[in-house]
Design a protein around this ligand. Structure first.
Ligand code: NAP
Length: 253
C-alpha cells in the first residue's frame, strides 16, 4: 500500500531517540521531508545526518519545547524552511514521577502545552496543506490505571480529549487529528531499560502482562503513527489508537 507520504512535510518533536526517532526515520524512508527537534545539539546533528542519507529535506534544531517562545519560533522557522507543514507529531513528554506539584507543572507545560502550542502555531500551514494531519502521542497510562496517581497519566488523558475536540473543530479544513496510546516500549537508553536495571520486579510484572511475553518497539509505534499521519488514513480522525501489544485489559466499545 502506498501511504502517499512522498513529498509531504512533517514536523516531529523529540526525535533523536526512541519513538520519535523511529517516526522520523520511517517518514523519511517513505519520502517525507522532515523537521525535528531535541535539546542535545550533538544528537540533533547525528540524527539529521542519518535522515539526510535517505535523500529527503531535513531541518533539525536544538530547542527545549518547555520554553514556549523559543519553541514557537523554532516551529515557524522549521515550517518556513520546509516550505509548509502537512504533518505534526508532538511527541515530547516530561515522563513520569511522583514529585507532587513539580511533576504536575512539568507534565502540564511539556506534555499538554507543547502539544497545544504546536497545533496552534502550525494550524495555518496544516489548513493550507489540504491533507493536514496531527498525531498526538498519549499513553496506555491515560486509559487504564498504572503504577501510581501520576501527573503523567492525567496529562496524557487530557491529550485524548483535546485531540478529539480539535478534530471536530478543524475537520472542515481537511485537517485530521488523532492520538496514539503506546503501551510499554523497550529500547536501549529508554525508560524501560532503566526500570529493568533498577526495579526488576516491576519490570517482570509488566512483561507478564504482555500476552506474547515481549515489549513493543519504537518501530512498531512508528508504523501506526505513519499510517495515521498519511493520506491513506483519510477517513480516520478523532480516533485514539491503542498500540500496546495487548497490555491493557479493559473492553472498550
Ligand atoms: N517509552 C514508552 O514505553 C512509552 C510508552 C507510552 C507512551 N510513550 C510516549 O512516547 C513519547 C516518546 O517516548 P520515548 O520513550 O521514545 O522518549 P525518550 O526516549 O525520552 O525520547 C525523548 C526525545 O525527546 C527529546 N526531548 C526530551 N525532552 C525534551 C524537551 N523538553 N524539549 C525538546 N526535546 C526533548 C529527547 O532528546 P533530548 O534529551 O536531547 O532533549 C529525545 O529525542 C512520549 O510522549 C512518551 O510519553 C512512551
Amino acid at each position: 500500500m502506498d501511504l502517499g507520504l512522498r513529498g509531504k512535510k512533517a514536523i516531529v518533536t523529540g526525535a533523536t531517540k526512541g519513538i520519535g526517532r523511529a517516526i522520523v526515520e520511517l517518514l523519511a524512508a517513505e519520502g517525507a521531508d522532515v523537521g525535528f527537534c531535541a535539546r542535545s545539539e550533538e544528537e540533533v546533528e547525528e540524527t539529521a545526518k542519518s535522515l539526510q542519507a535517505r535523500g529527503v529535506n531535513v531541518v533539525g534544531g536544538p530547542v527545549n519545547v518547555r520554553d514556549g517562545e523559543a519553541y514557537k519560533a523554532w516551529l515557524e522557522k522549521t515550517a518556513a524552511e520546509l516550505g509548509g507543514c502537512d504533518i505534526f507529531v508532538p511527541n515530547v513528554s516530561a515522563g513520569g514521577g511522583m514529585d507532587s506539584e513539580k511533576n504536575w507543572w512539568k507534565n502540564f507545560e511539556i506534555d499538554v502545552l507543547h502539544t497545544v502550542r504546536g497545533c496552534e502555531a502550525l494550524m495555518e500551514h496544516l489548513k493550507k496543506s489540504g491533507s493536514g494531519s496531527i498525531v498526538m502521542i498519549s499513553s496506555t497510562n491515560a486509559i487504564e490505571t498504572f503504577a501510581a496517581p501520576m501527573a503523567y497519566n492525567a496529562m496524557k488523558a487530557a491529550l485524548i480529549t483535546y485531540g478529539k475536540q480539535l478534530s471536530q473543530f478543524v475537520g472542515r479544513h481537511n485537517v485530521r487529528v488523532n492520538t496514539v496510546c503506546p503501551g510499554p516500549i523497550y529500547f536501549e537508553g529508554g525508560a524501560w531499560e532503566m526500570i529493568k536495571n533498577t526495579q526488576q520486579k516491576f519490570y517482570d510484572a509488566t512483561l507478564r502482562a504482555m500476552p506474547n511475553g515481549r515489549f513493543g518497539t519504537p518501530e512498531e509505534v512508528a508504523r501506526v503513527v505513519a499510517f495515521l499521519a498519511s493520506p491513506a488514513a483519510s477517513l480516520v480522525t478523532g480516533a485514539n489508537v491503542v498500540a500496546d501489544n495487548g497490555f491493557t485489559k479493559g473492553v472498550r466499545f
